[in-house]
Design a protein around this ligand. Structure first.
Ligand code: LLP
Length: 420
């Protein structure tokens, strides 16, 4: 869906310059077709599982509506994400409210919306119970288990390590469910796990499922009838090449492990998955404009998007493919550092990239920016957040307007008496 037509990047049938003329830069541009292709491929490979879209990866309402229409559930991590999910058409009963630090207000919002909870601690269990009884509701819960699995990924996005802040360790989890059984207004009905993100090898997922069934067998012994086992998200994509997730390479071993596990228990829980990145990373390109080119100790291209717009390279040393959007047919000639406009030396979008000769006024395309892109952007250095666009064939829609400097001050209040 990202093609080179006469040297110019097109998103589906749209010339990126037509979009930039309307939105300015930087801008995130998403292909609807790619999103729908990912959905189809996920559903085909994981036809034995129920997918919850991980809202944290991209909370653009138009995209979320696509997932809601495709009957996805939603994994939300805050009352804000819950609000966005309900607004986009996700049904409360298909929403799992995750999070290691939910406030009582957030819990109340969740209880009123009829969601299920992934419970991170006994303190949280009691809060849910109290609030559910005040609201006259019964709440279905899963505990988040920390399985102590170490997948090969960036340590900042591995979540099931012993040192991780999420969930309860395997050796405390059965006691937690025992407590839940005796706690009013909560119904323990699932197990939740998530071992990390951008995981390319399937074996940690298989290990995770085996560990969940170890727990499931013990839970049956204490009389819990399991409705769902939620293995979380984390399926990695190919950032080096095409940005795609090879869903089938995960699905087959996962299915085998799940079916084997089912033989160990009486109940017939559903398998839930929570993909984020794998569904949307490759749908989106970030376009930034070149403000200047210079030779220093390296060749630098200075563009108008930095870690304020796309944090991943600075935060995780993440690699994103980069091209020159208006010189797609030119041969690579130079090696460049692509620097953002932020006043920090870590503000580099790409290092040592071979690109065609770049000039001021050219445009850089940063691919696979759909997941953890806009959602992690900030106003640092007084830069308003940029626009988002959805392309549908030969049409495009501005789905989020760029902020202006007015947004930098929108919520600020100056105590005027201080300056009289
Ligand atoms: N479920 C839970 C409980 C999660 O914590 C996450 C991601 C997901 C599902 C979705 O994982 P995915 O399928 O997208 O890998 N900002 C980082 C990634 C942080 C992931 C946080 N949790 C990045 O840019 O790489």
């Amino acid at each position: 869906m990202f093609t080179n037509k006469n040297g110019i990047l097109h998103v589906e049938e749209v010339d990126f310059r037509d979009i930039v003329a309307k939105t300015g830069t930087p801008v995130y541009i998403t292909s609807r077709r790619l999103a729908e292709e990912n959905i189809r491929e996920l559903k085909r490979s994981f036809d034995f599982a129920f997918p919850l879209y991980a809202v944290k990866a991209n909370n653009n309402l138009t995209l979320m509506k696509i997932f809601a229409k495709e009957k996805f559930g939603a994994d939300v991590f805050s009352a804000g994400e819950l609000y966005l999910a309900l607004l986009s058409g996700f049904k409360g009963e298909n929403i799992l409210f995750n999070g290691n630090s939910k406030s009582d207000d957030e819990i109340r919002t969740g209880v009123r919306a009829g969601v299920r909870f992934s419970v991170d601690s006994i303190d949280e269990l009691y809060s849910i119970s109290d609030i559910a009884s005040q609201e006259g509701e019964e709440v279905r819960i899963a505990f988040r288990v920390n399985p102590d699995i170490s997948p090969e990924t960036h340590p900042k996005i591995a979540t099931g390590l012993k040192t991780s802040k999420f969930g309860l360790p395997s050796d405390k989890i059965i006691d937690a469910y025992r407590i839940a059984l005796e706690t009013p207004n909560v119904i323990p009905s699932g197990i939740h796990c998530h071992i990390g993100s951008q995981i390319l090898d399937v074996s940690p997922f298989v290990e995770e499922i085996e560990k969940m069934f170890d727990i499931a067998t013990q839970l049956e012994n204490i009389g819990i009838d399991l409705e769902f086992l939620d293995m979380g998200g984390g399926f990695g994509i190919d950032y080096q090449n095409d940005g795609k997730c090879r869903f089938e390479s995960f699905a087959e071993p996962v299915k085998e492990a799940f079916e084997k596990g089912l033989e160990r228990i009486e109940s017939k829980p559903e398998l839930w998955i929570e993909p984020g990145r794998s569904l949307i990373a490759n749908t989106t390109v970030l376009i930034a404009k070149v403000n200047s080119v210079k030779k220093s100790y390296h060749n630098f291209i200075a563009v108008d998007a930095g870690f304020n717009t796309l944090l991943r390279p600075a935060m995780y040393d993440a690699y994103h493919r980069i091209a020159v959007a208006n010189r797609m047919s030119d041969e690579a000639e130079e090696v460049y550092m692509i620097a953002g406009p932020i006043c920090e030396s870590g503000d580099i979008l790409g290092r040592d990239r071979e690109l065609p000769k770049v000039e001021k006024g050219d445009y850089i395309a940063v691919f696979d920016a759909g997941a953890y892109g806009f959602v992690m952007s900030s106003q640092y250095n007084g830069r308003p957040r940029c626009a988002e666009v959805l392309v549908d064939g030969s049409r495009f829609y501005i789905t989020r307007e760029a902020e202006t400097v007015a947004d930098l001050v929108a919520k600020q209040r100056i105590p005027e008496e201080m300056f009289r």
